[in-house]
Ligand binder design. Structure first.
Ligand code: ZN
Ligand code: CU
Length: 484
């Protein structure tokens, strides 16, 4: 008797995520896995999609997100699945929603307010409770979560302007131990930001102690991405060596006009050290960054656009220079009046962005901020922009290479077993796209616009995006890191 599959995608060009050249095949899905890849002309399925002229890729893995809360408060994950993303790595830049075993300060300590400025969502007293909530109320995408150092500091320390005491470091280390046991994939830091800027290297090494035992990773928004970037890379590699774990350099970039062009130097430095220890890196495909608004960051940018403001929400989406003109007073005064707030900073050279994207080991991450009123377009546009603008448009790499940087490479680096490849037996996380039209819809002016050319997106065998909208299905799983 002929088997009836759950889903059959016919006549697609398969870009399988390994970087290998595309090939023509049909793909059959049974339950949540890929059952067959090949010539399946005589096969039948409950749902069939004719994919002639389209490319079928593994679902994209967003290597760097701040989706900790979005998965609970906006579980259809429209900004993500609309781009073809099927798995997100959350809890980055030292900022995780959990654990928060004591009441969060009011107002919420920046940059934790990037996730929620009311404090209501910092309700999970343990990492296990947070992961349980994600399992009880799944999102459309899978996730793999980091525990954030800044969250741990806020959860345990009395004076955040100081290095952690021996007791405080031990308390944080204990929370890392619990988070790893519950299913976290590692620790993230945001040493660039207050209050974690006060943490010496030894504090980070101290709290990362459980990682090696649990097979975790260390992801970092480094202390400095400008003049002192080599020093920060050196610090990052030292933490990786002393904690005996792989490191992930988050959103690698070089900022500030006088550092334009230095990606040649940083990538060489990274490549040299990759010979000696495990190092990964990700990048978002834009020459502007985005985070909380502050005067010293604004001073380093050629242009600043406000993305949200708690006291003056009406200024979201406006340039800081316009707001200064309208309100009068100094830039510092205006920033004071707008904060707590977020901003987009134009502070990179596109030639550096291109060189970093092109580097063989670079994964794609969005670093999108889903709760901003007028977000950076990377939230909705990163993956299609790599495929469209940087791939097809500028010819930086082939479609196969671009997709590898979003799938197979990322799954390998984060230890996501049976993900990131179109293979028989793998989970059916799949993205069907039009290689001729795929591109970002989101722009700085109109940032909440879905991608173009993303046809159908499937997570664990269930369609989550088709016909330009979310399907309503919530098949996402909490993934653990598995190391060989
Ligand atoms: Zn960051
Ligand atoms: Cu980030």
């Amino acid at each position: 008797m002929n088997q009836i599959f759950d889903l059959l995608i016919r006549n697609a060009f398969i870009v399988d995520g390994s970087g290998a050249p595309r090939f023509r095949a049909d793909v059959a899905v049974q339950g949540e896995r890929i059952a067959r890849v090949g010539d399946l002309q005589t096969a039948q399925a409950r749902l069939e999609i004719d994919a002639a002229g389209l490319v079928l890729a593994p679902g994209f893995i967003d290597a760097h997100t701040h989706d900790d809360r979005l998965m609970l408060s906006g579980g259809d994950m429209a900004p993500k699945v609309s781009q073809g993303i099927t798995t997100v790595i959350g809890g980055n830049c030292g900022v995780s929603l959990a654990p928060m075993p004591r009441p969060i300060p009011d107002p919420v300590t920046p940059p934790l307010n990037l996730l929620d400025d009311t404090g209501d969502w910092f309700r999970f007293t343990s990492f296990a409770a947070y992961l349980d909530a994600l399992r009880a109320q799944p999102a459309a995408t899978n996730c793999a979560m980091l525990v954030g150092h800044t969250t741990l500091r806020v959860a345990t320390m009395d004076d955040l302007t100081q290095p952690a005491s021996v007791t405080e470091t031990e308390a944080m280390r204990q929370l890392v131990e619990e988070a790893m046991a519950a299913g976290a994939i590692g620790v993230s830091t945001g040493l660039f930001y207050e209050p974690s800027i006060a943490a010496p290297t030894e504090e980070v090494i101290g709290i990362c102690e459980p990682l090696a035992r649990h097979g975790g990773v260390y992801c970092t928004h480094m202390r400095n991405e400008g003049d002192d970037i080599i020093k920060s890379l050196t610090e990052t590699f030292r933490i990786g060596r002393e904690a005996n774990v792989p490191v992930v350099i988050s959103h690698h970039k070089v900022v500030g006009v006088k550092n334009y062009g230095r990606s040649g130097e940083t990538l060489q430095f990274i490549a040299d050290h990759m010979q000696k220890q495990p190092i990964c890196l990700d990048c978002y495909p834009y020459p502007a960054s985005s985070t909380i608004l502050s005067a010293h960051r604004a001073a380093n940018a050629t242009r600043v656009t406000v993305t949200w403001s708690k006291p003056m929400p009406q200024y979201a989406g406006r340039d800081l220079s316009d707001i200064v003109e309208e309100l009068g007073g100094s830039v510092e005064d205006v920033i004071d009046r707008l904060t707590p707030a977020g901003a987009i900073y134009y502070m990179m050279d596109d030639a550096d962005v291109q060189r970093i994207l092109k580097f063989d080991e670079t994964m794609i991450g969005s670093d999108g901020l889903p709760h901003d009123e007028a977000p950076h377009p990377r939230l909705w546009g990163s993956f299609p922009r790599v495929l469209g603008h940087y791939g097809r448009g500028l010819g930086l790499f082939s479609l196969e290479t671009a997709i590898h940087k979003m799938t197979g490479l990322t799954a390998k680096n984060f230890g996501l077993t049976d993900r990131g490849l179109v293979r028989e037996g793998s989970y059916a996380d799949l993205t069907l796209l039009d290689p001729e039209t795929v591109g970002a819809g989101a722009t700085y002016e109109s940032p909440k616009t879905p991608a173009v050319g993303i046809h159908t997106v499937i997570v664990n065998g269930a369609v989550v995006w088709s016909g330009g909208k979310p399907s309503g299905a919530r098949p996402g799983r909490v993934l653990r890191r598995e190391t060989a």
